[in-house]
Design a protein. Structure first.
Length: 150
């Protein structure tokens, strides 16, 4: 399953990339984000591995991220492995004008593990896209609010 999402953010390209690549900001736009734990490699560089921890009520989710490409603002590609699925996500940023940036995300789920994730991918594929679009919208709101401390 493959899909893409995009949003225009009313902030300059350089500022958007700075905010997006700072993991301390994830908690402001990714629901349930708790922390990132670096495992190996140089943080932010190709082949670096980290664990991403999320919690929503009693439900916890842990993803292993492997950076496949980091050529920001042009493109950042991460491989995300979870006990129920594996996907890659490409994030690209480009200037619309001096004060606006286009944020494009392309996601490809390459493996679903277990009957429920497989059924969801067939019967409810829009659920996956809706979550990504929600995070793009929340990132836009965060970036445009200007209430961050970095």
């Amino acid at each position: 399953m493959k899909f893409s999402c995009q949003i225009i953010i009313n902030q300059p390209l350089e500022r958007i990339v700075e905010l997006w690549q700072n993991p301390d900001n994830n908690k402001y736009w990714q629901d349930g984000f708790e922390r990132i734990e670096h495992l190996s490699g140089t943080p932010g560089e190709i082949n670096a591995k980290s664990m991403l921890y999320f919690k929503n009520g009693q439900r916890e989710m842990v993803l292993q991220e492997t950076i496949l490409k980091n050529d920001l603002p042009n493109e950042f590609i991460g491989l995300y492995e979870h006990s129920h699925m594996i996907n890659t996500m490409s994030s690209r940023f480009s200037s619309v004008n001096d004060q606006s940036t286009l944020y494009e995300a392309e996601i490809e789920y390459t493996k679903f593990i277990g009957i429920i994730p497989k059924l969801m991918s067939i019967l409810l594929p829009w659920v996956f896209k809706r979550q990504v679009q929600k995070w793009l919208k929340q990132f836009k709101e965060f970036a445009e609010a200007g209430s961050f401390n970095n």
